[in-house]
Design a binder for this molecule. Structure first.
Ligand code: ZN
Length: 347
């Protein structure tokens, strides 16, 4: 017994040193490799607060299916200068130069597993197999409702030539799926595809897919510009001064895709999601000529009633004496034509 004791202590010491070493290196790694918002004092709520919120048992809103449109069926291979909301932050966009898909999710749930997690309220307005040829996919961040493995796998199967533009440190995730055409971006970095320049722009959010990877990959929005049209897709964001900065650096967009839902309760969501009032302020800050809504009516992620974001936005437009098309919600499947461009450009 006596002779075994020192060995026992030694083993424990080695184990303790090992644990400390692991903890130290992983802490230092995570410090070195995590991203912050442009205002680093703004820290979206962590797991503890989310658990606290879930314990309060705020009632989940009623499951309501918003109206869908099949107008998109009028599109053909020659159609250009349009956007179609497919649901959530997924937009099909043609800017007259290339066809772009944003934050594609076509799965039944926004979740790491197929049997639990937020379930769709409406099907995707266009099924994956019915999409026109996609040239580029832009990803805002790695949350499950914006980056869906099954969707990306299927897109890659249908067309391995698609180019994926992703936030910093997300390239590996795509490469593991066998995707080769993937480029990762820091804020303000840009890349030209055909005649369109894509710039990754800062927004206020966070990232996580697993238990230990909070903020280890970046988040942002996408500025997409060619000679004729400037578009910006804000991804997922709280209200932030970043919008003014985007306008200062890149100018006024012709059209902004702005999230308006998943904002309640405010004490937990304010830093990471805008309500309709803030979304309208974002449109003013960007000085966008027109805006269309997204990030509502598709999944129940928070406690506001499903149709409330649309109703509040519509009221705000009236109360502020704005034109109805200054910032509108579109039906999933509607064709939103860029008819505010001069006819010469559209031809
Ligand atoms: Zn998110």
């Amino acid at each position: 017994m006596k002779s075994h004791l020192p060995l026992f202590i030694k083993k424990n010491q080695i184990l303790a040193i090992g644990v400390l070493f692991f903890a130290f290196t992983s802490i230092s790694c995570s410090v070195a490799e995590t991203f912050n918002n442009t205002d680093p004092t703004v820290v979206p709520k962590g797991l503890g607060e989310v658990i606290e919120w879930r314990m309060t048992k705020d009632p989940s809103p009623e499951r309501v299916a918003i109206e869908l449109s099949d107008e998109w069926r009028n599109l053909d291979a020659k159609s250009t200068h349009y956007a179609v909301w497919i649901g959530h932050a997924t937009y099909l966009i043609n800017n007259g130069d290339i066809t772009i898909l944003s934050d594609p999710i076509f799965s039944e749930r926004a979740s790491p597993v197929g049997w639990a997690g937020p379930e769709r309220l409406i099907p995707p307005a266009i099924e994956l197999e019915q999409l026109p040829t996609i040239d580029a996919v832009v990803i805002s961040h790695n949350h499950y409702d914006h980056l869906d493995k099954k969707t990306i796998r299927n897109l890659n199967k249908i067309n391995p030539d698609i180019i994926y533009l992703v936030p910093m440190k997300l390239k590996k995730w795509f490469q593991r799926l066998g995707i080769k055409n993937v480029y990762e971006f820091n804020w303000w970095e840009e890349k030209k595809i055909r005649n369109t320049t894509f710039t990754f722009v800062p927004v206020q959010h966070w990232s996580r897919r697993g238990l230990f990877d909070r903020n280890k990959t970046l988040w942002g929005g996408w500025w997409m510009e060619n000679d004729n049209i400037k578009l910006v897709h804000l991804g997922d964001t709280g209200y932030t001064k970043d919008f003014i900065e985007i306008n200062k650096k890149l100018g006024s967009p012709d059209l902004a895709f702005i999230p308006i839902g998943a904002y309640a309760p405010r004490w937990i969501m304010k830093e990471s999601h805008m309500n309709p009032e803030e979304a309208l302020k974002a449109a003013f800050d960007l000085n966008s000529k027109k805006s269309i809504a997204m990030h509502w009516g598709t999944f129940i992620l928070t406690t506001e009633p499903t149709e409330e974001p649309k109703q509040i936005l519509e009221n705000l437009i009236i109360e502020n004496g704005l034109k109805e098309d200054f910032f509108k919600t579109v039906l999933p499947g509607d064709i939103y034509l860029f008819d505010f461009l001069s006819d010469e450009i559209k031809e």
